[in-house]
Structures are given as structure tokens and as C-alpha cells.
Design a protein around this ligand. Structure first.
Ligand SMILES: [Zn+2]
Length: 278
């Protein structure tokens, strides 16, 4: 049985899998039937209510059984039966405002991330901080990180240098990832008392790291864009899998011992994966 590879995601699907449900469905009367999400096709009139820090759109429908609150693309909408009093909608929205605000915060974070253009003045994340890109002309293409900025050297400054700069940046990130992840793994493996047989830094599509039953650890180099405590969480997470090849309570207890704020890191990774894209 030892041949099966034990791989696991620290973060599965960065943008789509959200730990908070996409829509809240609130039954008005509990008549034993499962509440259903009301279709927008039945909408009649549209109104809005102002809540603490956001505006919710009220969509009236002919359906009678449920009120649903939806947060999509940074907008809040409440679908309610025609006869349901506005006062009660306000009360429901107020009651659920914590959930709504969490959803809004996550969506705004995702929405504000624009695809990178690799132009002068644009910011790039490294160890959780943003640094600006400066573009200079010179005889040899190169990328340096100097005095808190990325400096890309290109031959022809007026040409489209985006693809070349992107490649140079990726190469630079990968080099940093090699150094930092190996160093952090060495430090933590001494503390935890485990020894990985192999460390590989590569590109994963939907995960941050993995640890096989043969103690081979793999990391996604993109983690190097995240803050240091998040990188440490990933390292501790994978190293603890050498002792526990699962996500059992005992595994998490071990993670907590070496990285007490692991829960916040887990949530951070789920919510901020879009910041670690290039
Ligand atoms: Zn794991």
C-alpha cells in the first residue's frame, strides 16, 4: 500500500472554492419543505435598502416561501416575495451583514486584481510586499531586484517587452523560491525532527504543495509572492505530513504546535490566491 502517492492540496481551487456559501437561503415558514432559491425570472419590482457599508437590491417575486440573499460580482441582492415587508428584509440583511461583508471583501479582492501588463510602474508582490517595476534600456536583457524595486533591462524600450519581462520575472521568482523554500524547509525540519528525501520547486496549477509517502516535498514557486508567515505555514504543513500522511486532527495539532496561527494562514491562502498570480 506504500506505493500510493499521498498528495494533498493546501489550497485546492484558489478562486472558486470559497468556504462561505455563494447564496444564503432563508426559509420564511418552516413547513417541512426544503427552501429553494428563487429564480430571477419571476422578478417584479426592484428597490434598494441601505445597510451598514453596502446597498442591497431588493427583487420582488411571486414566490412565497423563501427570501434569499445573494452576493455576486460585488453586489448584494435580496430576492423576496411581493408581500414580505421591507422592514423585515432590512432586519434580515442586518442579521446577515457579517456574512455579506465577508463575501463582499473576498469578491472585491478578486475583482481588483487585474491581469499583469508588465509595464513600468506596475506592482509585483514578493514576500507579501508590492514592489514597482522600472524598465531601463541596456545591451543585455536582465532583471534585478534593487532598492525595493524590480529593474528590467531591455534592448529596445519602445518595443513590446511584456512577454520577455514576464519570463524574466518568473525566472527571478523561481530562483528566490528555490533559495527561500529550501532554507525554510531546512530550518523547520530541524525543529520538527523530520527529514524530507527530496524537495522540488515547480509550478502547480491548483495547489501550493504536496508531500508523498516517500517524504518527497514539492512546492509551488508562486508561494514566494505571499507573506513570510504564509510561506512558513506551507513549509510546516508539508513537513508535518512526513509524520501524518493525512489531514487528521492529530496532523492539525502538530501543525499548530509549530505554526500556531495556521488557521488564519489557511483562510488567507484561500482568499488571496488571486494576489499570487503573475
Ligand atoms: Zn496537506
Amino acid at each position: 500500500m506504500g506505493e500510493a502517492k499521498n498528495t494533498h492540496d493546501v489550497c485546492h481551487k484558489p478562486l472558486k472554492s470559497c468556504w462561505i456559501p455563494q447564496a444564503l437561503i432563508l426559509p420564511i415558514k418552516d413547513n417541512g419543505k426544503t427552501p429553494i432559491l428563487i429564480s430571477f425570472l419571476n422578478q417584479k419590482t426592484i428597490d434598494t435598502i441601505e445597510a451598514d457599508g453596502f446597498v442591497a437590491e431588493i427583487i420582488r417575486t411571486n414566490r412565497k416561501k423563501t427570501v434569499s440573499i445573494k452576493v455576486a460580482e460585488g453586489k448584494v441582492s435580496v430576492v423576496a416575495p411581493k408581500t414580505f415587508p421591507a422592514k423585515e428584509i432590512s432586519a434580515l440583511v442586518a442579521k446577515k451583514q457579517r456574512w455579506i461583508k465577508q463575501k463582499l471583501a473576498i469578491q472585491n479582492n478578486v475583482l481588483k486584481v487585474q491581469p499583469k501588463q508588465f509595464i513600468a510602474g506596475e506592482s509585483f508582490s514578493y514576500l507579501g510586499n508590492n514592489y514597482r517595476l522600472k524598465i531601463e534600456s541596456g545591451p543585455y536583457p536582465d532583471l534585478k531586484f534593487q532598492q525595493e524595486q524590480f529593474i528590467a533591462t531591455v534592448r529596445n524600450i519602445s518595443a513590446n517587452n511584456a512577454p520577455a519581462i514576464k519570463q524574466m520575472l518568473i525566472k527571478w521568482y523561481q530562483q528566490q523560491a528555490e533559495t527561500i523554500l529550501r532554507e525554510r524547509t531546512k530550518s523547520y525540519s530541524e525543529v520538527i525532527g523530520v527529514t524530507p528525501s527530496k524537495i522540488t520547486i515547480k509550478l502547480f496549477k491548483v495547489r501550493w504543495g504536496s508531500c508523498s509517502i516517500r517524504r518527497e516535498i514539492q512546492y509551488n514557486w508562486k508561494i514566494i509572492m505571499a507573506p513570510k508567515h504564509i510561506i512558513d505555514y506551507l513549509v510546516v504543513h508539508e513537513l508535518c505530513h512526513i509524520q501524518h500522511h493525512n489531514h487528521s486532527p492529530l496532523f492539525w495539532k502538530t501543525v499548530a504546535k509549530y505554526h500556531p496561527e495556521y488557521k488564519e494562514c489557511k483562510v488567507w491562502l484561500k482568499n488571496n490566491a488571486s494576489l499570487l498570480e503573475i
